[in-house]
Design a protein around this ligand. Sequence first.
Ligand SMILES: C[S@@+](CC[C@H](N)C(=O)[O-])C[C@H]1O[C@@H](n2cnc3c(N)ncnc32)[C@H](O)[C@@H]1O
Length: 278
Amino acid sequence: MRTQVIKPRIREILSKELPPERVSLLPKHWVQIGDVLILPLRPELEPYKRRIAEVYAQVIGAKTVLRKGHIHGETRKPDYELLYGKDTVTVHVENGVKYKLDVARVMFSPANVKERVRMAEVAKPGELVVDMFAGIGHLSLPMAVHKGARVIAIEKNPYTFRFLVENIWLNGVQDLMTPYNMDNRDFPAENIADRILMGYVVTTHEFIPKALSIAKDEAIIHYHNTVPEKLRPEEPFATFKRIAREHGYDAEKLKELVIKRYAPGVWHVVVDIRVYKR
Ligand SMILES: C[S@@+](CC[C@H](N)C(=O)[O-])C[C@H]1O[C@@H](n2cnc3c(N)ncnc32)[C@H](O)[C@@H]1O
C-alpha cells in the first residue's frame, strides 16, 4: 500500500494530451493494493479518465485502475469505478503477510495499517483469539503468522469468506486458524477466548454481549467503534463498561487509539479493554 507523489513521466505524457489547466489537476497521490491502483479523480478530469488511468497504470506498473468511491453498508463494501484493466483480484503483501482480495468488492483500508501491525505485536503464542468480524483476515492473519496465536475467524459475507480461506492457506497458517462462514451472533461456543477482535464500526456496541459470552472469565477485547469528537474521551468505553456490567463483567480500559477520521467530527477508535467476570 503506497501513497506517492506524481511521477514526472506521467506529467510528461499527459501534458501533451490534456489542456494545461487540467494537467495541474492530475492526482498527486494514489493508493496501491497489490497491483491494483485506486486513483482519486476530480470531476474536471471526467472526459480524460480512461486515458489518465492507462498512463498511470503503465508508468507505475499496475494491471488495473479503479476510481475511488465510498465504503458503505453493513458489510463495508467499497464503491469503485473500473477505469483500466479487468482483474480486480490481487495479492497485497504487508508486514510479511499475504492478503489476497478483490479490491473492488472487499474493504482494505490503508489507514488501518498501524493497527494490523500492532495486532501482530500484542498477540501471544498459543492464545486463542476470536476475530468476530474477520473480513479477509486483516487483523488476525498477522497474529497467527507472526506470533503463532490460534485464531477462530468469523466472517458472514460468503464472497469475503472465500478470500479469508485462501489467505489462511497462502500464509501457511491452516493449523492455527479456523474460519467460520456465519453471523458471529450464531457462533455457538462460550467462555473460550483469551482475546477478541471486534474490528467493526457504527454498531459494534450491539455485539458486546456476544463478545462477553465468547470471552473467558478474564480476557482482552480490542473494541473498535466510531465516536463523535464531542463524546470523547468518555465514549465509546463508557457504553462498553455499562453493557459489560449489565452482563456481570467488570471492564478496565488499557489503551485507546485513533484509527482514522470516519466522517466530519467522527473518529474510528480502538479501545483495548480487559474484562473480568464478577
Ligand atoms: C470493516 S470489515 C473489518 C475487517 C477487519 N476486522 C478490520 O478491522 O480491518 C468488517 C467485516 O465484518 C463482516 N461482518 C459484519 N457483520 C458481521 C457479523 N454479524 N458476523 C460476522 N461477520 C460480520 C463484514 O462482512 C466485513 O467483512
